[in-house]
Write a new protein. Sequence first.
Length: 312
Amino acid sequence: MIRIQTNRANQLFEIAAKNLSTAFDETGTLPVFSYWCKFFGENPDEQEGSIRLVDAKIYNNLESKSRVNQLLQEKNITHVFPATYHSIQDALKHRGNVDIWFIKPSHLSGGRGIEVVSNEKLSYFDLPPFNIVQEGIENIALIGGRKFVVRVYGFLWNKNLYIFDDGFVLIHGPQYVYKSTDYSIQVDHQGYHDAESKVEMRLLSSLDSGNRIMEKASAAMEKIAPIMEETLAATSPRHYLILGIDVLVLDDGNLKFIEINAIPNFVHSPSINRELNVPLFEHVMRMVYGLGTERFRRLETFASGPALPLFG
């Protein structure tokens, strides 16, 4: 029996644990599985030896958009993310044509706090503290004339980097308008819980291009693996992290990563919860409890030697 301690997506983790209940001897004692986001405080009932997230001080380096950009620069990794700057002055020095810019708070997700500014008005914009300026990518693929963002999941565990074999597609409601600074067109995706909403969520695997997108996302994730070195080093048989990486698909079939979420939202539409997020959690548990799975593809090994033994 798998005992869990979670403070996010609780019901989904419970379903995943129940789905695996028959895989273990009921008389055996397994380490507690914990997904405890410390944004909400420490876990007062944390169990010694539980399977848990890596320390927040470490994963915050991947949660912070500004720190991710610094790491990309330090590792000389280019062309995976849009051009990103830490000041208006630096953004104005950008070489190349940019019609719109995204102003993003470094530590917020889900579209919160984002502003879209035209290139003509950028020099007059007062950048708030702890925000970045990211190039707006407009040569994007559309679905039914609407913008969409893909989410893929990375899994860091036991010195290895993996990618899950499916993700989701979040399709915005309005028709896309090039050069628009309208938040509802460029960013807003609220309403996906509502069956009547124009915002749609689909499995990535449901798209004809799904396999190709996944292959390109895998290659891009391998390319940025060096920025995860500290986090990978902190993983072990009992320490892990699940990343939600947001992706734009370009009109030529290539990709741009636009955001890494070290503590992603896992509660989506009923079908995505059932068909993607619960299986994701179930196969994370299969990995950490030594059952193995073919749904995670290993991309990068941080350790030069063999992985550490389970529960060692």
